[in-house]
Design a protein around this ligand. Structure first.
Ligand SMILES: NC(=O)c1ccc[n+]([C@@H]2O[C@H](COP(=O)([O-])OP(=O)(O)OC[C@H]3O[C@@H](n4cnc5c(N)ncnc54)[C@H](O)[C@@H]3O)[C@@H](O)[C@H]2O)c1
Length: 375
């Protein structure tokens, strides 16, 4: 089992991320150990798909750890990550008599983790949260960092809170039932994180993609990915406005400017978010190369890595002009200018103002980036 200790710069608080096989069956003792000694109950928040697969195993283990267990299930899918459902989850905690010392256990992918996390952040002004992420994306990204949210009619993740978990348990066995597309989407985020982190993490990620049967390697990569995300978060817990240095939380948006545009243009119907990020990584790579920041051989490494993630839905039929319009209105724009996360090399991200990128270069890069994928 791998273990990572996450310390947050501004606070005394720290928590562990544990990664390994069969960890759900050991959840009881590990969860009990991090909760307030007065804690009596935990609520598993999950969805039916995940609960059918892992609910009983998790609940049995938590009960064996001396906790009273109840569960509340969200319908499956991004469209259910809403305020009305958050409301229902909070009502559930109240009806079940949850107290300040009790805890929420989020069992599922990023959708469940975000809504359950927001419920834990707001119920009685905040109770403990344990994350048991079951998708690759949630294991290497969403469960680490303390961001919780629901979607509003106007957009994704527009209402939320920062609420750090007390524990993250990553059972790598859960990935065995994950649909292929979800794995691809998770790996695209992994390639994105590797590309901004270091040659080492990038190389490790590609090696694991090349050797899918090697479970030890998989656990090592997940741990290394979490370590990287945790380090970024520890240095910039709340994504400080105005920070543009190479270790600000903002660099995690590598590939996201184009990804948001592709998702908006296709009304969130064509791409899993990670798949759109896969395309976005290639577009950011093209811009970096065209600005003379990134060598062709390093761009090729990015292309090869995204290809290893799996097949992406096509994006070359989408009009470049409309993508251009949408990227310049990206939700992360500040004062009307988009800040692009680009690469000066693998592991060397740099934030570049959209003003430094001509429309012509941008259009060419979008075309080339979306063309070159591995359909
Ligand atoms: N809080 C953060 O920092 C952060 C970061 C990145 C993404 N997110 C959020 O995460 C969400 C996306 O998360 P996701 O990609 O995990 O999607 P998801 O939660 O919708 O899970 C994808 C699908 O896989 C199913 N599933 C989950 N685990 C499974 C398993 N082990 N076996 C079989 N099926 C399984 C789910 O039921 C779902 O149908 C988005 O809402 C996004 O905004 C949050």
């Amino acid at each position: 089992m791998q273990s990572i200790s996450v310390r947050l710069k501004r606070r005394e608080q720290k928590y562990e991320i544990r990664i390994g096989a069969r960890l759900l069956s050991e959840a009881g003792g590990k969860v009990r150990a991090v909760l307030d000694p007065k804690a009596r109950r935990v609520a598993i928040i999950s969805n039916q798909t995940v609960f059918d697969l892992f609910g009983r195993q998790t609940a049995d283990s938590l009960k064996a750890g001396g906790l009273k267990v109840s569960h509340w299930l969200l319908s499956d899918g991004e469209r259910h990550k809403t305020l009305p459902n958050l409301h229902k989850a909070l009502d559930f905690l109240l009806e079940e008599g949850f107290e300040r010392s009790d805890a929420v256990v989020a069992l599922g992918g990023g959708v469940v983790g975000d809504l359950a996390g927001f419920a834990a952040a707001t119920y009685l002004r905040g109770i403990s949260l344990v994350q048991l992420p079951t998708t690759l994306l949630a294991q290497i990204d969403a469960s680490v960092g303390g961001k919780t949210a629901v979607n509003l009619a106007g957009g994704k993740n527009l209402a939320g809170a920062f609420h750090q978990p007390s524990l993250v348990l990553i059972d790598t066995d859960t990935l065995q039932t994950l649909p292929r597309r979800e794995l691809t989407a998770g790996w695209c985020e992994g390639v994105k994180q590797g590309a901004i982190a270091s040659e080492k993490l990038f190389g490790q990620t590609c090696k694991s993609l090349d050797n899918p049967a090697d479970q030890d390697l998989l656990a090592e990569v997940i741990a290394a990915q979490c370590r990287f995300k945790a380090a970024i978060v520890a240095a910039d817990e709340r994504e400080e406005i105005g920070r543009t240095d190479a270790r600000s939380r903002r660099i995690l948006n590598f590939g996201h400017t184009t990804a948001h545009a592709l998702e908006l243009l296709t009304r969130y119907r064509r791409f899993r978010h990670g798949e759109a990020v896969g395309h976005g990584v290639l577009v950011a790579g093209e811009i970096s190369k065209n600005l003379g920041m990134l060598s062709l051989s390093e761009l090729q490494l990015l292309r090869d890595a995204v290809k290893l993630c799996g097949r992406l839905p096509r994006a070359d039929d989408l009009p470049a002009d409309q993508i251009m319009k949408l990227v310049t209105r990206d939700k992360k724009a500040e004062g009307g200018t988009v800040n692009w996360v680009l690469l000066e090399g693998i592991g060397r991200p740099r934030i570049v103002s959209g003003r430094e990128i001509s429309s012509r270069l941008l259009r060419e890069s979008i075309r080339a980036g979306l063309q070159r994928n591995n359909r």
